[in-house]
Design a protein around this ligand. Structure first.
Ligand code: 6R9
Length: 642
C-alpha cells in the first residue's frame, strides 16, 4: 500500500493542473491557501485565512492559527524519515570530512541548542544575531531561535564589523552567535575578532556564543563569551517548541536599498512556512531520494527559504557548502555535484558567468548524470549564460527554472515548474499560483495588451510577503506601497510575451538624468549585452558640466585586445543609439575584467558611480563584495572623465 505523504498533495504535476491551480488561486485565494495550509501541523487552526489593507499597509495570513515552524521542519518527519539525511555538509577543503545529519539528529541538536538559548535568557520575541560560516551549526542556530520563539537576524559572515554593528543595533539584538573563524577558499576569516570590534558599539548584546570551527586563538570577554560546545554538552536533547501565533515574527533579514541604511525585512511564521514549502515542492519538483543543493549563503534570503525552511519543511535532503566555486579550482561545483549525486542544483547567474569563462573540461571531467533540475536566482540571466548552463551542466536534458523573487517576497513569485510548465531562455515565465502579477506604465495604468513592457507590480497579497521593515513601517509603506496605489511595487521592470511569460529586465530605480531625460540604466545595459562579444555590462551616471549627468559604461567582453575593443566601442554606441536612442549612448566606455558584485550577484553601482565620477579615494565599505580586488583593477583602467 502506498504511504500517504500529506505534503505531496500540494504538488502540481501537469500544465493543466497549474492552470487550474492558478485560476482557483485568483478566483478564491482564501480557499486556495487554506487548502495548502491544511497540509501543515498546527496547534490550533486559523480563524481567518487573510485580512489585509494595503493603504495602511497591513497583511495578515492565517490569523488565530498557532504553530511552531520547527515542528513542521523537524518533529513531523521523525516518524517517517527520522533516519533520512536532512543536511549534507560539504567542507571548504575537499579533503576534509563530509558531515551528514539525519532528521532525528538535527531535531536533537536543535533542541539542545534551544535549551542553551533559553538558559542564556533568550525567549519569545528577543532578537538574536547570527554571524556564522556555512556550517550545520548555522542552521541549528537558526532553527533553535525559531524553536524558542526568538527572532533571528542572520548576517552574512563576509560582512565587516561596521556592517555587523549597524544590523545588530538596528534590531537591538540581545545575543550574538558566531564562530572563532571561517574558511573560504584559501582565506580564514577571523569572525570572532570582527565580532569583537563590532560589539564595542553594540550595548544591547548581553551574551555571545562562539562555535569552535577553525581552532584559531581568540580574545575572550569573560561573563559575555561562552563556548558553543561547553554550553551544549549538558543541555537536554528535548525542548518543547514555543507555540507561536501565525503572525508572530520569525526573522529579520537585512537587504540594502538604493539609498540609506539596510532595511530589516520582517517575515512572520505561518505564511512564510506555507509559501516557501509550497514553492519549493512545486518549482523544483523535489522527490523522495533526491539530493538538493542551493549554493547560496544563508546570509541571503535564498539560503533562508531554499536551503533551510522550504526544503526541511518538505522533508528533503539539503546540501550546505562551506566553500567557494573557485577553490581548489573552478570545477568545484561540478565536483561536489558528482560527489554527492546532486539531483537539483540552484545557483546565481553571476556564478554561471564566472564559471563559463573557464575551460569546459573542468565540467566534463565530473559525472553530472545525476542532475535533474537546474535553477537560477538573483538577477536576470543572459542568453549565453542560460545556454551554457543548460547545455554543459544540464546536458540539454534538465529543465532550467529561472526564479524571480526578493528578500521582501520571502519566496519565489515567478518561475516555471521544473519539467511541468514550459520554460523559455531568459524568461522567468509564469507567476506562481496566488501571484497576481501585472505590468504598469509610468502613470500606474495597467498594461493589458498581450505583449507589453513596463514596471512589475503585484496586486494581491501572498502568504510570505514581508510584513514590515523593522522599526520603520513608514519606510516600508513608502518603498513598496506608494509608487502605485494598492499594489506591491518590487522595483523591477519586466516584459511579457504573447503567452504571458515574464522576462525581468532589471531594476527600475537606477535612473540617470542626462540632459533632462530620465534614463533607466537597465535597458541600456540590456542593449549593450545584445552585442555578441559582450559578457556583461553596468551603466552608471557621473556629473557632466554640460549634460548634468553623462553615462559611463563598464563592459566585460569575450575579447580583450585593444584593437578589438576600439571597434567594439563604436559598435556598442551604435547599438545603444539604435535600440534606445542617441541620448542613451554612453559618453565613456571602459572595458573591465569584472564588476564589483555583492554576494548575491548584484552589481554594486555605488562603487561604480564613484569611480566614474573620479572619487576613487573614499569608496566606503567594500567588505560586502564578492570580489573586492576588482575595484583596484577598475580604478587603474579608468577613463578620464574630468
Ligand atoms: C532572491 C533575491 C531581489 C532582486 C530583485 C531582482 C533581482 C532576483 C531574479 C532577479 C531577474 C531573476 N532578481 N531574482 N532578476 N531574474 N530570476 O535575489 O533576493 O537579494 O532581495 O534581490 O534581485 O532585481 O528585485 P534579493
Amino acid at each position: 500500500m502506498k504511504r500517504e505523504r500529506k505534503l505531496d498533495k500540494m504538488v502540481i504535476t501537469s500544465e493543466a493542473q497549474y492552470k487550474e491551480a492558478y485560476k482557483k488561486s485568483v478566483e478564491d485565494p482564501q480557499a486556495f491557501w487554506a487548502g495548502i495550509a491544511e497540509n501543515f501541523q498546527w496547534h490550533k487552526k486559523w480563524d481567518r485565512v487573510l485580512s489585509y489593507d494595503w493603504s495602511v499597509p497591513e497583511t495578515k495570513w492565517f490569523e488565530g492559527g498557532k504553530l511552531n515552524i520547527t515542528e513542521n521542519c523537524l518533529d513531523r518527519h521523525l516518524k517517517e524519515r527520522g533516519q533520512q539525511t536532512a543536511i549534507i555538509w560539504e567542507p571548504n577543503d575537499p579533503g576534509d570530512d563530509v558531515r551528514k545529519i539525519t532528521y532525528a539528529e538535527l531535531h536533537e541538536y536543535v533542541c539542545r541548542f534551544a535549551n542553551v538559548l533559553k538558559d542564556n535568557g533568550i525567549g519569545k520575541g528577543d532578537r538574536v544575531c547570527i554571524y556564522m560560516p556555512m556550517l550545520i551549526e548555522l542552521t541549528v542556530a537558526v532553527l533553535a531561535c525559531a524553536r524558542v520563539g526568538a527572532i533571528h537576524s542572520v548576517v552574512f559572515a563576509g560582512f565587516s564589523a561596521r556592517s555587523l554593528a549597524t544590523r545588530i543595533n538596528d534590531s537591538q539584538c540581545k545575543m550574538l552567535i558566531t564562530a572563532d573563524g571561517g574558511f573560504r577558499g584559501t582565506k580564514n576569516i577571523p569572525l570572532k575578532e570582527i565580532a569583537d570590534e563590532a560589539l564595542d558599539h553594540c550595548p544591547s548584546v548581553e551574551n555571545v556564543i562562539i562555535y569552535k570551527n577553525t581552532g584559531q586563538s581568540i580574545e575572550w570577554v569573560s561573563e559575555r563569551d561562552h563556548w558553543w560546545h561547553l554550553e551544549t554538552r549538558n543541555a537536554s536533547p528535548e525542548f518543547t517548541a514555543e507555540v507561536m501565533d501565525a503572525e508572530d515574527p520569525l526573522f529579520i533579514l537585512y537587504t540594502s536599498g538604493s539609498t540609506g541604511n539596510p532595511k530589516g525585512m520582517v517575515h512572520s511564521c505561518a505564511g512564510y512556512m506555507v509559501y516557501t514549502t509550497y514553492t519549493f515542492k512545486n518549482v523544483f519538483q523535489y522527490k523522495d531520494g533526491d539530493i538538493y543543493w542551493c549554493t547560496a549563503d544563508i546570509g541571503w534570503i535564498t539560503g533562508h527559504s531554499y536551503i533551510i525552511y522550504g526544503p526541511l519543511a518538505a522533508g528533503a535532503t539539503t546540501l550546505m557548502f562551506e566553500g567557494i566555486p573557485s577553490y581548489p579550482d573552478n570545477g568545484r561545483f561540478w565536483e561536489v555535484c558528482a560527489k554527492h549525486k546532486v539531483t537539483h542544483f540552484y545557483t546565481a547567474p553571476t556564478a554561471i558567468r564566472a564559471l563559463e569563462k573557464h575551460p569546459v573540461s573542468l565540467v566534463e571531467k565530473h559525472d553530472l548524470s545525476g542532475l535533474k533540475v537546474l535553477g537560477s536566482v538573483g538577477e536576470p540571466i543572459n542568453r549565453e549564460a542560460w545556454m551554457w548552463y543548460s547545455k554543459h551542466i544540464g546536458k540539454d536534458k534538465c529543465p532550467v527554472v529561472d526564479t524571480w523573487w526578493q528578500t521582501e517576497t520571502g519566496g519565489i513569485l515567478i518561475s516555471s515548474l521544473a519539467g511541468v510548465t514550459r520554460q523559455k531562455a531568459t524568461f522567468a515565465t509564469l507567476p506562481m499560483p496566488g501571484i497576481q502579477a501585472i505590468l504598469l506604465d509610468n502613470e500606474g495604468k495597467e498594461l493589458k495588451s498581450d505583449t507589453a513592457e513596463g514596471t512589475l507590480a503585484i496586486k494581491y497579497p501572498w502568504p510570505s510577503i514581508a510584513r514590515t521593515i523593522y522599526g520603520d513601517h513608514d519606510r516600508y509603506k513608502k518603498v513598496y506601497f506608494s509608487a502605485f496605489k494598492d499594489h506591491y511595487f518590487p522595483g523591477d521592470g519586466a516584459l511579457k510575451d504573447e503567452e504571458g511569460n515574464y522576462r525581468i529586465t532589471g531594476r527600475v530605480d537606477d535612473v540617470v538624468i542626462v540632459s533632462g531625460h530620465n534614463l533607466g540604466t537597465a535597458p541600456i545595459e540590456n542593449a549593450i549585452n545584445e552585442h555578441e562579444m559582450v559578457v556583461e555590462s553596468a551603466v552608471v551616471g557621473y556629473p557632466h558640466p554640460i549634460k548634468g549627468n553623462a553615462l559611463y559604461a563598464y563592459v566585460i567582453t569575450y575579447s580583450n585586445t585593444e584593437e578589438a575593443n576600439q571597434k567594439l566601442e563604436d559598435e556598442i554606441k551604435g547599438l545603444v543609439a539604435r535600440t534606445i536612442g542617441a541620448i542613451a549612448k554612453p559618453e565613456e566606455i571602459q572595458f573591465v575584467p569584472g564588476l564589483p558584485k555583492t554576494r548575491s550577484g548584484k552589481i554594486m553601482r555605488r562603487i561604480l558611480r564613484k569611480v566614474a565620477s573620479g572619487e576613487c579615494e573614499n569608496l566606503g565599505d567594500t567588505s560586502t563584495l564578492l570580489n573586492p580586488d576588482i575595484v583596484n583593477e577598475i580604478i587603474s583602467g579608468k577613463v578620464n572623465t574630468n
